[in-house]
Design a protein around this ligand. Structure first.
Ligand code: OSB
Ligand code: MG
Length: 371
C-alpha cells in the first residue's frame, strides 16, 4: 500500500454521564483519530489516550505530537526508500521510538483498516474471529452514594448487560460490592482498582473473597508484577492485570510469575491489534482466559475491539458496551445491544466509518501531516 495522505483529527465527545475511576473523573472524551488515504481505500485509527496522563503516561496532545514528529516521518522515510506499507510492517518501522503504544497503535489501526478495505477482508476475518457476536459487560464508575450506584447497575442490567464491573478505590470497595451482590444476586461481577492499592492492603482486599467475584483487576501499581504475584497467593479472588500488561512478553512474564490468572487485553496499551492478538495467543497457550478491555472508544475503536473479542481465547464478557453507554451521538453507526451481545462487523476493514455529519459535529481540529 502507498500512503498518500494522513490527517490527525481531534474530537470532543461529551459522555452521557460522568465516569469516575480511582484516577479521576471524565465528563468528555478528547479523541485523536488518524485518517489515512491510499489510492485503494481510506483507513481510520483511534488513539485511546485520554486528555490527561492519568491511566498511563500517554495523553492525546502528546500522542498527536509523537505521531507528527516521530512516527509518521518514519513511515514517510520508508516510502521514500521504496518500501511498501502494510500493517505488519508498522510496529517494526516504529520500533526505534520507545514507548507511546497508544499513538503507535492508532497508526497501525489506520493502516490495517485501509489495507483490509483494499482487499475486502474484515478485521474479524483478519484477526481470526470465531464468533459472530460477543457478550457485553459494562464498567460502572465510582458513584457518590451506594443507592445511586444500585440505580445505575439496575439500569444496565435492565438493558441486558451480562456482566458488571465496579470501579473501586480505598473507601469504595467492600460496601458497594456487598450492596450489589445483595441486591442483584448471582450476576457476573468483577472489580477494577486501576492501581489504587498497595500490597499492605492484602488483608482488606481479602474481604472481597466473600462475594464470588470473577476477578479483581489491577489492584497494585503497573510496575508491581511481583506484588501482584504475592497478592494472588493471599486472595481467593482471581487477579487480572490491565495496566501491567504492556506487551505479549509482559503477559508471558506475569503468567510465569503467577501474577495473574486472567488478562484484560487492550490494543492501545500494547501498541496495536497485532500485538493484542499475540497477547491473546500467549494467554491461550498458557490456559489463561482473557477478555477485551475498553477505553471509552468511539464506534471506530469499538468495531476493532468487538472483532478482537471474537477470538477463541476471549471467554469472559468484555468492556465492549453499546455506543449509548458512552455517547448520545457516536461518530459511526452505533453499536447496539442485542440480547446482551454486540454483533461483530463483517464488512471490509472496521466495518464502520465516521458518519460525515456526526464527525463534523464533534471535530475540534484537523491537521494534515506532510509525508
Ligand atoms: O481500566 O479498564 C480500565 C476506561 C478508561 C480507562 C481505563 C479503563 C476504563 C474502563 C471503561 O474501565 C472501559 C470501557 O467501557 O470502555
Ligand atoms: Mg482496567
Amino acid at each position: 500500500m502507498k500512503v498518500e495522505r494522513v490527517e490527525l483529527h481531534r474530537l470532543r465527545l461529551p459522555l452521557v454521564a460522568p465516569f469516575r475511576t480511582s484516577f479521576g473523573t471524565s465528563t468528555t472524551r478528547d479523541v485523536l483519530l488518524v485518517r489515512l488515504d491510499s489510492p485503494e481505500a481510506t483507513g481510520w485509527g483511534e488513539c485511546v489516550a485520554d486528555a490527561e496522563p492519568t491511566y498511563s503516561a500517554e495523553y492525546a496532545d502528546g500522542a498527536q505530537q509523537v505521531l507528527r514528529d516521530h512516527l509518521l516521518p518514519r513511515l514517510a522515510a520508508h516510502q521514500r526508500n521504496g518500501g511498501v506499507v502494510t500493517a505488519a510492517r508498522v510496529a517494526p518501522l516504529l520500533a526505534g521510538v520507545k514507548g507511546h503504544p497508544m499513538a503507535k497503535g492508532a497508526l497501525e489501526m489506520a493502516v490495517l483498516d485501509a489495507e483490509l478495505r483494499g482487499v475486502g477482508l474484515s478485521f474479524a476475518g483478519y484477526l481470526g474471529a470465531v464468533a459472530d457476536r460477543v457478550p457485553a459487560g459494562v464498567s460502572v464508575g465510582i458513584h457518590p452514594t451506594v443507592p445511586e450506584l444500585l440505580d445505575a447497575v439496575a439500569g444496565y442490567l435492565a438493558e441486558g448487560y451480562l456482566r458488571i464491573k465496579l470501579k473501586i478505590e480505598p473507601g469504595w470497595d467492600v460496601e458497594p460490592v456487598r450492596a450489589v451482590r445483595e441486591r442483584f444476586g448471582d450476576v457476573l461481577l468483577q472489580v477494577d482498582a486501576n492501581t489504587a492499592y498497595r500490597l499492605a492492603d492484602a488483608r482488606h482486599l481479602a474481604e472481597l473473597d466473600a462475594f464470588d467475584l470473577l476477578l479483581i483487576e489491577q489492584p497494585l501499581p503497573e510496575d508491581d508484577v511481583r506484588g501482584h504475584a504475592e497478592l494472588a497467593r493471599r486472595l481467593r479472588t482471581p487477579v487480572c492485570l490491565d495496566e501491567s500488561i504492556t506487551s505479549a512478553r509482559a503477559a508471558a512474564d506475569a503468567i510465569a510469575l503467577g501474577a495473574c490468572a486472567v488478562v484484560n487485553v487492550k490494543a492501545g496499551r500494547v501498541g496495536g491489534y497485532l500485538e493484542a492478538r499475540r497477547v491473546h495467543d500467549v494467554c491461550a497457550a498458557n490456559g489463561v482466559p482473557v477478555w477485551c478491555g475498553g477505553m471509552l472508544e468511539t464506534g471506530l475503536g469499538r468495531a476493532a475491539n468487538v472483532a478482537l473479542a471474537a477470538l477463541p481465547g476471549f471467554v469472559l464478557p468484555g468492556d465492549t458496551s453499546a455506543s449509548g453507554r458512552y455517547y448520545r451521538h457516536d461518530v459511526t453507526q452505533p453499536f447496539e445491544l442485542d440480547g446482551g451481545h454486540l454483533v461483530v462487523p463483517t464488512s471490509p476493514g472496521l466495518g464502520r466509518e465516521p458518519l460525515p455529519d456526526a464527525l463534523a459535529e464533534v471535530t475540534t481540529s484537523v491537521q494534515e501531516v506532510m509525508l
